[in-house]
Write a protein that binds this ligand. Structure first.
Ligand code: PLP
Length: 367
């Protein structure tokens, strides 16, 4: 018999496909650098707090040491900021890792997770990687006022006897859509307490509607509620990979069994703690993003593009026709946006809010 690694992969892994990063951005940067408008990955070009950069510089002095496996200082800072306890916080190598860990710890063969049709892609990947079954619930229709958004009533109704996790994103990537507190409260009342309700709040800091407060407001009444957040978006630290979740201490205790001991590196711990303390910088990043989001949405709308309302740092543009050709045309002019075919939204493009010069380049390249 010949060696064939693919046949050795366990069943859940055999059914997965590797992440498709899209264009080779590092190579493109080397070739075209300044000419690119990078609007594909929902990054934050406002940049991180200078205090975070300074904290990383000083953390370099001890870089020969392992990082704090408990992330104690960052957890204390988070607990103070969020009004919670250290024992309710887990840290991750990005919130992506935490979503994967949740599925690994709580789902598995013979179980299911529930998520919306256009919910963040990692929900389905984490479920499949754990060997569990995805129950994909239709999102609101194109004609609905909450176009492509999560239908929380339908999500609650889709929970089956073997369901372990309901995954929600508020606001959601790639739709930019959001739901309000009343809907979440109704879902929490209906989902059995033996099922985890995971609310991914990666874009929470960009929300400017009254409707959705943080799901953390419901944590004391619902021990099955888990909230994930990240330093990748509003805090502009995507390259460092730091996320956190807030949950019942029992949930944290289970996650800690599987978490790699040093999953958040020393520079990331130092920078995230400093960034959290720089409230003025966060407020400035937020108001800059919101202003630029409104500016770009207005310009696109005036050009006749159908732009979905967004509570995030990106816009979903519904072209109504296959978007692949336009994506290629923009790419040929150095403007990188994300086609949404993988989400079943082949007629839409996701465009991150860039610097003003990048946004202008996008507008100039659009037909
Ligand atoms: C909705 C949502 N959740 C989670 C993440 C993961 O972010 P990170 O792993 O950088 O914390 C992203 C990244 O784009 C996202 O869009």
């Amino acid at each position: 018999m010949r060696f064939d690694a693919a046949t050795l992969a366990n069943a859940p892994t055999a059914a997965l496909r590797a992440y498709d990063p899209g264009h080779d951005l590092p190579a493109l940067r080397r070739l075209h650098g300044e000419l690119l408008a990078e609007l594909g990955s929902n990054e934050n070009p406002f940049g991180p707090s200078p205090l975070a950069i300074a904290a990383m510089r000083s953390a370099l002095d001890d870089i020969h040491r392992y990082p704090d496996p408990k992330g104690g200082a960052l957890k204390h800072a988070l607990a103070a900021e969020l009004g919670t306890e250290v024992g309710r916080i887990a840290l991750g190598n990005g919130s992506h890792e935490l979503l994967m860990l949740l599925a690994q710890c709580f789902a598995g063969p013979g179980t299911s997770s529930v998520h919306s049709e256009y919910g963040f892609a990692v929900f389905a990947i984490a479920t499949a990687a754990a060997g569990a079954r995805s129950i994909r619930v239709p999102a609101f229709a194109r004609t609905h006022v909450r176009r492509y958004g999560h239908d929380l009533e339908a999500l609650a109704a889709a929970v089956e006897a073997d369901t372990r996790i309901v995954f929600l994103a508020n606001p959601n990537n790639p739709t930019g859509s959001w739901f309000d507190d009343g809907e979440l409260e109704a879902l929490l009342a209906r989902v059995p307490p033996s099922v985890l309700v995971v609310v991914d709040e990666a874009y929470h800091e960009f929300v400017d509607q009254d409707g959705p407060r943080s799901a953390l407001a419901f944590a004391s009444r619902h021990p099955n509620l888990v909230v994930t957040r990240t330093f990748s978006k509003a805090y502009a630290l995507a390259g460092l990979r730091v996320g956190y979740l807030v949950a019942d201490p029992g949930v944290i205790e289970v996650i800690e069994r599987l978490r790699e001991s040093f999953n958040v590196n020393a520079l990331a711990l130092a920078a995230a703690e400093a960034a959290l303390g720089d409230r003025d910088h966060l407020a400035a990043a937020r108001s800059w993003t919101l202003a630029e989001r409104a500016w770009l949405a207005d310009r696109l709308g005036a050009r006749g593009y159908d732009v979905l309302p967004s509570q995030t740092n990106f816009l979903l543009v519904d072209l109504g026709v296959d978007a692949a050709e336009l994506e290629q045309r923009l790419f040929a002019r150095g403007v990188i946006v994300r086609p949404m075919g993988g989400y079943g939204l082949g007629h839409a493009l996701r465009i991150s809010i860039g610097r003003r010069d990048e946004n202008e380049r996008l507008l100039a390249a659009l037909p």
